[in-house]
Write a protein that binds this ligand. Structure first.
Ligand SMILES: [Zn+2]
Length: 177
């Protein structure tokens, strides 16, 4: 078994709703994202095969990371789609959201597009983003020869969450029996 790892960095904002400390405030990080791809064998030697002797080209992993993650999330604000900041109820509710749909529309006008805010289906902790982003890149980094084994999301230089492919976990559990 072989593994190769390729990383990219993005700068993006987020917040963690319900956190009892300062993580609940809007703030930003330089996120380091590391994709690990594994293969049981290397690509055989072939004059017509650019990836000869590799799991796959690091450049291929970089391209997928840039297309699926960097280009959509770099310099954006990442919020949970059910974040109370975004939830808006017409009329008067018990609590009014900070970012009403009207205010969001006005932000879009100022920025010239609607991509400044990236809503995600999970609370955007490093764990949640690792799973969500892995789902975005896994189809592009899986073939008969290789597979996405894990995705690390470093929120700070000292804190990292790792999504691990379920198949890998199952193999490990089998070995422990
Ligand atoms: Zn944070």
């Amino acid at each position: 078994m072989f593994t190769v790892r390729r990383s990219i960095d993005i700068d993006a904002g987020h917040r963690v709703p319900y956190h009892n400390s300062k993580c609940k405030y809007l703030h930003g990080h330089r996120w380091k994202i590391v994709a690990c791809v594994s293969a049981p064998e290397l690509v055989p030697e072939d004059p017509d095969e650019s990836d000869s002797g590799m799991v796959l080209d690091y450049g291929t992993i970089k391209t997928v990371l840039m297309d699926k993650i960097h280009d959509r999330f770099d310099h954006r604000m990442i919020l949970w789609e059910k974040d109370p900041l975004l939830y808006y109820r017409e009329g008067t509710g018990p609590t009014m959201p900070l970012l009403s749909t009207e205010l969001l529309t006005n932000f879009d006008k100022v920025f010239g597009d609607a991509s400044w805010l990236q809503q995600v289906p999970c609370i955007p902790t490093s764990e949640g983003l690792a799973e969500y982003w892995a789902g975005l890149i896994a189809p592009e980094l899986s073939s008969a020869e290789f597979t996405l084994q894990s995705l690390e999301v470093w929120e700070t230089p000292n804190g990292v969450a790792t999504w691990v492919a379920p198949r890998i976990i199952n193999i490990r559990l089998d070995l422990e029996k």
